[in-house]
Design a protein around this ligand. Structure first.
Ligand SMILES: Cc1cn([C@H]2C[C@H](O)[C@@H](COP(=O)(O)OP(=O)(O)OP(=O)(O)O)O2)c(=O)[nH]c1=O
Length: 196
């Protein structure tokens, strides 16, 4: 994190600890300013458009308050059989999501938005990964829910936390599933003039 007296050059517009860790892993110095916005979260939404909209909403909100900074917004959702699964409201909903994902393949979408008001920079990117779940019996679902805090995670699971209990395999970017696809993030920041 930066303590630059001239103000932050790079800001992550996110309260997600996973996003913070993944961006730090790329070697960037940055500040955290979570966006105070209401995300669009409809179960029948087009998931690509929804995550793009929400990522831009978060980045735009923070960029308006820090016009000189380069601001990153991100949003992640789970899509299975034409239904969007966002963060579960309670344990019962998390349980229902895990039952729905059991034995099937779903897609995890992340939208990335980079904004900088000073020079009108606007970059957007969407990333998708497929995740196949093991067939889960009720005992495994309960074990998973007892080990992992699922209410802050889209689809009611975190592949990075006891993922071996529930996930059979995935294709594409693992960091996309966790909430910040690092290869695409790096490319966008290079385009934004912040290559490392
Ligand atoms: C599918 C999946 C999601 N997630 C997380 C990533 C995101 O943090 C969360 C989806 O919620 P988001 O609304 O994308 O993000 P957030 O509310 O956590 O943070 P902010 O809006 O402030 O940026 O689900 C995992 O950690 N592991 C997974 O395997």
């Amino acid at each position: 994190m930066t303590s630059d007296p001239k103000g932050p050059r790079l800001i992550l517009a996110s309260a997600s600890p996973r996003r913070r860790e993944l961006l730090a892993g790329l070697g960037y110095e940055f500040s955290i300013v979570p966006a105070e916005v209401t995300e669009h979260e409809a179960p029948d939404a087009d998931p690509r458009a929804m995550v793009a909209h929400n990522a831009a909403l978060k980045a735009d909100w923070v960029a308006a308050r820090h016009p000189d900074a380069t601001v990153i917004g991100a949003d992640t959702t789970v899509f299975i059989e034409r239904t969007v699964l966002n963060k579960p409201r309670d344990a019962a909903e998390a349980r229902a999501m895990l039952r729905m994902l059991s034995g099937r393949t779903h897609t995890v979408f992340t939208g990335l938005a980079v904004r900088r008001l000073r020079d009108g920079l606007k970059l957007d990117r969407g990333v998708a990964s497929d995740v196949t779940f093991k067939a889960l019996d009720e005992a495994t679902i309960e074990l998973y829910l007892s080990r992992v805090h699922t209410l802050d995670k889209a689809g009611g699971y975190g592949i990075q936390e006891h993922g071996d209990l529930i996930v059979a395999g995935f294709t594409g970017s693992l960091t996309n599933i966790v909430g910040l696809p690092v290869d695409e993030m790096k490319q966008l920041l290079t385009q934004a003039g912040l290559g490392r």
